[in-house]
Design a protein around this ligand. Structure first.
Ligand code: F6R
Length: 610
């Protein structure tokens, strides 16, 4: 996730771009940059780290953007996906006379880069974005028509992108396209002003009317107006402008009440980013790791804390089931002091949203010092863990603001499932048919993560019933056991109610003694994995008068309450359907209790102490 902004107008362009980027900083902040085109001079400024570093750099520059003539400018705040967060890799990317910012991923950039290199184009960055500006100039040099060159360029791009491009050849214009990644355009409050941004927060106060572009709408803007057209057939379009929300907080939350709610709702989109460039019809690709990563590896050891541990525990089932590699998982704080036996035929996998959690970081260092191959599944590039591990796979969830992790978990789980399939292929233990089927299923995950109104409404209604009692048991089997742990963790974190996750088959070995009507059991009952087994576990609890809330696509007559998830054809899709229900239920209970959903008591987003 990155953020882009653009401006055409007579106000201080530098200030507008920087303020806009600050509003988008939640989308990524490992480097930032702006480009301003005035008097046929194209100036770019870039800095690594937060926007304030760029601001400092600009304060020492002589750039004067307070002009009577309209200026144009574009800006970007980056969340690295291709190439390290260096100044060279920061946007905007320059060609000979043009400049581009981009949010998304160009999946076929390697082929395009090779093609352009063969005809003499030189690349200075490791990004996928740089090909856009060279491709544009390649076509412009051929036909001397910027609109045509822009359309020809975008027709060659595969992946997800929103792009702003400026060029000295048409110095008053911004060329734009939206395909997959978000882009909003607003008419500014002053005459001739046009503003662009990845979300509407930067536009608030500067404009009243906005268009949230649909996919494949592109166009050209200048001080006289905006021409919209269809990127596929070039036909002109007239999108409808709507009124901007008037609060920045609510714009940053996309109209949701809490960041947690926004993050639950955006999971369906962010997992698409986690998969971009990594899944085709027949194969899983991870350019960022060695093809031979599983050579001489007989065991995978996963280490993590909290929610990341639950994603790891889910993966431990998938690694053994799909990749046929022995897999163990440890809570990082336990692992560090148990004097673990580490052998070099083990691949050590650390999982961390932040990449900074002290216990996981130390565990990773221990594994590395013991000579193990190390890999981190992480959401933050250039974090301490990504700098230490031999390999990094980024989850690409974008910044998670709610302290209770939601989209970090779903993206970790999707990436780990893809890794299990990738390892299976490397080890030759999966048939092409099965792999294809799994890939087809993976592609349905975004749909399973879409929040359905009726599920959300049901959780709102149920939240009233579960505010008393002496506790919750979340139960499940197989991968639904880690999901039960995650459901229980979400509830306790933000509602402060006592909740435990338990393997359903273990209840009769002790905890069932607690069963009475004041014990609430949240039962995860998937159709496609051990349904009959979990059903009898739940019947045992029901017979002892526990109040049962079943989450299942199948009707279950013994349930006191029921959240009916969509029917799917694979247990992992049921997993994501149920995840949404669990996250919403705990959020609604927390709201009803009047708690601070985004910043629950006693917790911090990143636990950098032991
Ligand atoms: C729960 C939560 C925590 C984190 C844990 C590990 O909602 O956010 O349990 O999962 O502190 O953090 P990372 O993944 O950053 O290592």
């Amino acid at each position: 996730m990155c953020g882009i902004v653009g401006y055409i107008g007579k106000q201080n362009t530098k200030e507008i771009l920087i303020n806009g980027l600050k509003e988008l900083e939640y989308r990524g902040y490992d480097s930032a940059g702006i480009a301003v085109l005035q008097d046929n001079k194209l100036d770019t400024f870039k800095a690594t780290g937060k926007i304030k570093n760029l601001e400092e750099k600009l304060s020492n520059s002589t750039l004067n953007t307070q002009q009577l003539m309209p200026n144009i400018g574009i800006g970007h705040t980056r969340w690295a996906t291709h190439g390290k967060p260096t100044e060279l890799n920061a946007h905007p990317h320059l060609g000979e006379y043009s400049c581009v910012v981009h949010n998304g991923i160009i999946e076929n950039y390697k082929d395009l880069k090779e093609e352009l290199e063969n005809v003499g184009y030189k690349f200075v960055s490791q990004t996928d974005t740089e090909i856009i500006v060279h491709l544009f100039e390649f076509y412009f040099d051929k036909n001397n028509n910027a609109k045509k060159a822009f359309i020809q360029t975008i027709k060659r791009l595969e992946g997800a992108y929103s792009i702003l491009l400026i060029t000295k050849k048409e110095p008053n214009k911004i060329f734009f396209i939206k395909h997959g990644s978000p882009l909003a355009i607003a008419k500014g409050n002053n005459d001739g002003e046009v503003l662009f941004a990845s979300s509407d927060a930067p536009l608030i106060g500067l404009a009243n009317d906005v268009v949230y572009l649909d996919d494949d709408i592109c166009g050209i803007a200048d001080e006289n107006g905006i021409d919209f057209f269809n990127a596929i057939d070039s036909k002109p379009l007239t999108p409808t402008f709507e009124t901007l929300p008037n609060s920045k907080q609510s714009a940053q939350k996309n109209g949701h009440r809490f960041f947690m709610e926004k993050e639950i709702y955006e999971q369906s989109d962010v997992v698409v980013e986690s998969m971009l460039g990594r899944v085709n019809d027949e194969n899983i690709l991870f350019d960022e790791i060695d093809k031979g990563i599983t050579d001489n590896i007989n065991e995978i050891k996963i280490c993590a804390c909290g929610t990341s541990y639950h994603a790891g525990l889910t993966a431990s089932y998938l690694f053994e089931r799909l990749s046929k590699i022995r897999c163990s998982i440890e809570i990082a704080s336990e692992f560090r002091y148990k004097e673990p036996l580490l052998t070099k035929d083990t691949l050590f996998v650390a999982i961390s949203q932040s990449g900074e959690t002290a216990d996981t970081l130390e565990a990773l260092k221990m594994a590395k010092n013991a000579g193990l191959k190390t890999l981190v599944v992480c959401n933050v590039d250039n974090s301490s863990m990504t700098r230490i591990a031999d390999f990094t796979i980024l989850t690409r969830a974008g910044i998670e603001k709610g302290v209770a992790s939601t989209k970090a978990f779903s993206t970790q789980t999707v990436v780990l499932w893809m890794m299990a399939l990738y390892f299976a292929k490397q080890k030759n233990v999966i048939s092409n048919d099965v792999l294809k089927k799994e890939i087809l299923t993976l592609k349905k995950v975004p749909d399973s993560l879409k929040v359905e109104n009726k599920i959300h409404e049901k959780c709102v209604r149920l939240s009233k019933r579960y505010l008393h009692g002496h506790g919750f048991f979340f139960i499940g089997r197989d991968v639904f056991f880690p999901l039960a742990l995650e459901g229980a963790l979400k509830l306790k974190e933000i509602s402060y109610l006592h909740a435990e996750g338990y393997p359903a088959g273990e209840m009769k070995h002790g905890p069932i003694a607690l069963a009475d009507p004041e014990l609430f059991t949240i039962a995860l009952m998937p159709q496609h994995l051990h349904y009959e087994k979990i059903k009898s576990n739940v019947e045992e609890l029901s017979a002892r008068d526990s109040t049962i809330c079943a989450i299942s696509p199948l009707d279950f007559e013994l349930a006191d309450d029921f959240i009916k998830t969509k029917k799917t054809d694979h247990y992992m899709l049921e997993f994501f359907e149920m995840l949404i229900a669990l996250q919403l239920l705990s959020m609604e209970i927390s709201i009803r209790l009047g708690n601070d959903v985004d910043m629950p008591r006693n917790l911090a987003k990143s636990v950098t102490v032991e």
